[in-house]
Ligand binder design. Structure first.
Ligand SMILES: Cc1ncc(COP(=O)(O)O)c(C=O)c1O
Length: 434
């Protein structure tokens, strides 16, 4: 049972509720009846304040590709702490980082941002400035952070406002499109003048649902035909695939937004807008002398030495060890998906195991297509919640109970996956007995 020996967490939550709305810093981290409080993390494991060990499939919101506490990065950062973290002036790490990021994605220029949300905010601004248009296409079930200009049709039911406090005019500028449905996209935008279409090549929060290659190729063609800026939101996928999902799919967007691992996996201030010069140079104050003729981008912590150094080191590590890291993640991910599929099929459980590479989605759904709306509408939410609880009782953690998307890292191994599958089998047997 999850509640066994978690007294320390229970007490902390009681205290937290006095000061933090809902007792947490982000509602998705809440777990019923109270969240566990992490003391330490290493590799694929986390330990709570009561000393319980968990196998982690959330991995710092998917950021920790090389596992928690990856020593080469941690050690370099210990040295950086002595030099200083945030100067508010230029530093040499930002140049190394910028070269590494642009090389990685094969695009011309980059600017750092403080988060994935912020990267998307600036990308939309750039696209509007570049095209002189207002409206933005985003996909139902797509998640791009809490920015007003993209916060629509995030969670099911998609026709409800995704938050209070959003203004009608901003919402009206967002055109919601159907994922993996090119004809549907054509129909939705045929009478619209869009500045940009933004898409996650693999829906993350939507439950690790990959785009079909033909779909992304088709989007590229539509954007070319209609003069729309194509943005790939690679906040999750950017460093989970060698040179990003852009390289995996072989489709090139005009802008890529990224976050998480681009700041070295563990450090705040992690985000980037990467793109072709024609668009990125709209920020360039040397080429555009007057502020009213350029796009504003900036921020106190952007380009801080700590995050830049950590991000640069991570990318260098991924480049140097690409032949080990990416095949390992891809093979382990395939093994994970295949083992789960076989287990569900064996036991006649209607389930869709989705994802590619190191991203894995588990859906108890009747849907057979990779359409997030259909997957969610036909999902057995109660069963997913019970499954999540069962895994938690066995000290295996992932997010979320509603649209499970799991992340593996190079610190995970076959034994971890086998245990996950064994505990899944126990669950199926348990529900079968009721
Ligand atoms: C695809 C995607 N875009 C944007 C974001 C927002 O990034 P951040 O939480 O760094 O603001 C996330 C966060 O999970 C994400 O998964």
């Amino acid at each position: 049972m999850y509640e066994k020996n978690t007294e320390g967490s229970r007490e902390l939550f009681e205290e937290a509720k006095k000061y933090l709305p809902g007792g947490v810093t982000y509602h998705i981290r809440y777990i019923e009846p109270y969240p566990f409080y992490v003391k330490k993390a290493k590799g694929s494991r986390i330990w709570d304040v009561d000393g319980n060990e968990y196998t982690d499939y959330w991995m710092a919101h998917g950021a920790a590709i090389l596992g928690h506490g990856y020593e080469p990065i941690i050690n370099a950062i210990k040295e950086q702490l002595d030099y200083g973290i945030h100067f508010g002036w230029c530093n040499e790490w930002e140049i190394k980082w910028a070269k590494a990021v642009t090389d990685w994605f094969g695009l011309d220029k980059v600017r750092p941002s403080n988060s994935g949300t912020e990267a998307n905010m600036y990308a939309i601004r750039l696209a509007r400035a570049y095209t002189g248009r207002r409206k933005i296409g985003k996909f139902a079930g797509g998640w791009h952070g809490g920015y007003d200009g993209l916060h629509k049709a995030v969670s099911y039911p998609y026709d409800k406002p995704s938050s209070l406090g959003l203004t009608k005019c901003v919402q009206d500028d967002i055109i919601v499109l159907p994922f993996n449905d090119l004809e549907g996209v054509y129909q939705k935008i045929k009478n619209e003048e869009l500045a940009a279409i933004i898409v996650e090549p693999v829906l993350g929060a939507g439950g690790a649902i990959p785009a079909q290659k033909e779909f992304l190729k088709g989007l590229r063609e539509i954007c070319d035909e209609k003069g729309i800026v194509l943005i790939f939101d690679e906040v999750i996928t950017g460093f989970r695939f060698y040179r990003g999902a852009t390289n995996y799919y072989g489709v090139k967007p005009d802008l890529i937004t990224t976050g998480k691992a681009v700041g070295g996996q563990y450090f705040p201030g992690a985000g980037a807008i990467v793109g072709i010069s024609d668009i990125m140079d709209l920020i360039d104050h040397l080429k555009r002398k007057n502020f009213w003729e350029r796009v504003f981008h900036g921020g106190t912590y952007t380009g801080n030495a700590l995050t830049m150094r950590a991000g640069y080191l991570l990318i260098r590590e991924l480049m140097n060890k690409k032949d080990e890291i990416f095949p390992y993640l891809s093979n382990l991910g395939d093994y994970f998906r295949m083992s789960l599929k076989e287990t569900f099929e064996d036991k006649n459980i209607k389930a869709l195991v989705s994802g590619i590479g190191s991203m894995i989605g588990i859906h108890f759904t009747e849907a057979s297509t990779l359409n997030p709306v259909e997957i969610t509408e036909k999902s057995n939410i109660e069963l997913m919640k019970r499954y999540h609880k069962h895994m938690l009782d066995n000290r295996i953690v992932y997010l979320s109970p509603y649209s499970p998307h799991l992340f593996i890292s190079i610190a995970h191994n076959k034994e971890d996956i086998d245990r996950f599958v064994d505990v899944t089998r126990d669950f199926i047997e348990k529900i079968g007995n009721k």
